[in-house]
Design a protein around this ligand. Structure first.
Ligand code: GLU
Length: 429
């Protein structure tokens, strides 16, 4: 099953920009100035509740034992169990996990899903591991995290470098140790073991829904709108394919090796996704285009859906799209956000646009607890309802005050819900 491409390490931001944790904190401060939240609650939200660091030994195929480090950052659980992905990437750091866990808290609150925020990762390059090594690593990771995860406590999911396969192994290892099959301990599993239909396409589907709604907000037709999509993994490819189906002209797509561009629109359905055929996008019909060029194309909508920190102080001035909808987590640095705002380019944030992933994770968790699977039609219908609900809340906030960005509007919705929950629960003891 496909892994979900998301933000990469802080090291990828240009010198003028910050890493993920600094960006996340800066975004929080900007939004905090717009809402009436108790300073003590804000101070709690600036820090994770806990960060777990584990050492994971696993056997390589040649019999050698390798030791890698893993993290699980648990940010806030006032609205429900901690929730968020586990990534395998060589650049994973503790700070990155903390920043990403904060974004999960806001994402679940914007969607009004009864979960808090978490994120974890293992410092390893999954491309260097055989299938057997990945399995042994994942099972040992589940064992090391066994006391800190659980269906009512902290529920991991796929992220960069992980997918349904890893979630199934994690669930199995946890269940064997607990002595009972516990599908609700992770989401993003294959449907054969309690995964939800439609979970894999969900982040891309929510991006497409948000593009559609955002164009409508600005009185622009979706039919014939030109769209450039960076990243052709599960988020980018699903978003591009749906947008094409709904009448948009997807004019450019790319993967890590580069991309293709046709001003009259590509035949997106014929281009293999990164999972179907890795790094095949640039062989598609159309003129070759680099990732840097794609970000500067003159299009109606730009969807950065590959990795984080791609829109920076260095290139935000070159963006010619009329609208940006974030598919990846954290594709826009705080400095790039300011430049785009000054230039009047609206940026619809990740915590709303790609939230379809965690929303269908929530549906999956409900299905696991109820031991009853939903047909794909129901998943799509309920996702549409949840996305429209969240979109309307954020759009109302955006329209209510001059000079508020889409990101700030989404943060205001999230922070208000989090503050109300902290306030109602009070401080213990
Ligand atoms: N990794 C995904 C995200 O960043 C999904 C998290 C989840 O489903 O828990 O939103």
């Amino acid at each position: 099953m496909a892994s979900e491409p998301h933000a990469v390490s802080a090291a990828d931001a240009s010198a003028a920009d910050d890493g993920i944790l600094a960006t996340a904190r800066r975004q929080l401060e900007r939004a905090a100035a717009l809402v009436d939240v108790d300073e003590a609650i804000l101070e709690r939200l600036r820090h994770p509740s806990r960060v777990h660091r584990v050492t994971i030994p696993f056997e390589r195929d040649d019999g050698d034992v390798e030791i890698v480090t893993g993290y699980r950052a648990q940010h806030d659980s006032v609205r429900g169990p901690y929730k968020g992905g586990m990534r395998y990437h060589p650049d994973v750091t503790e700070d990155e996990c903390v920043g990403l866990s904060m974004w999960m808290t806001w994402k679940c609150a914007v969607m009004d899903i009864p979960f808090g925020g978490a994120k974890g990762g293992v410092v390893v390059d999954p491309k260097t591991l055989s299938d057997d090594e990945t399995e042994r690593l994942t099972r040992r990771l589940a064992q090391e995290l066994r006391t800190v995860v659980g269906p009512n406590h902290d529920i991991p999911a796929p992220d960069m470098g992980t997918g349904g396969r890893e979630m199934a192994w994690f669930m199995d290892a946890y269940s064997m140790q607990e002595g009972e099959t516990t599908p609700g301990v992770v989401t993003g599993k294959p449907p054969a073991v309690g995964g939800s239909y439609g979970r894999e396409e969900a982040p891309g589907r929510s991006v497409a829904i948000v593009v559609r709604e955002a164009l409508d907000y600005y009185d622009r037709p979706l039919e014939g709108a030109t769209v450039a999509v960076q990243g052709f993994g599960s988020v980018g490819a699903n978003a591009a394919r749906l947008l094409e189906e709904w009448g948009a002209d997807v004019v450019a797509v790319s993967d890590v090796t580069g991309g293709v561009y046709d001003p009259d629109g590509l035949d997106v359905a014929s281009i293999p996704t990164h999972q179907e055929e890795p790094e095949a996008v640039s062989r598609g019909d159309g003129d070759p285009v680099s990732n840097a060029e794609l970000l500067a194309l003159d299009v109606d909508v730009l969807v950065p859906a590959a990795v984080g920190n791609v829109l920076t102080a260095d290139n935000a001035g070159a963006v010619r799209a009329d609208l940006i909808v974030e598919g990846a987590n954290g594709p826009t640095t705080a400095r790039a956000d300011e430049i785009l705002e000054e230039r009047g380019v609206p940026v619809v944030p990740d915590i709303l646009a790609n939230a379809g992933g965690v929303t269908v994770s929530y549906f999956e968790w409900l299905q696991d607890i109820n031991r009853r699977s939903w047909p794909i039609e129901r998943v799509r219908e309920e996702l549409e309802t949840e996305m429209l609900g969240a979109w309307n809340e954020v759009a109302r906030e955006f329209a209510s005050a001059d000079g508020v960005s889409w990101r700030e509007a989404a943060y205001v919705v999230a922070l208000s819900r989090l503050a109300a929950a902290h306030d109602a629960r009070g401080l213990w003891p």
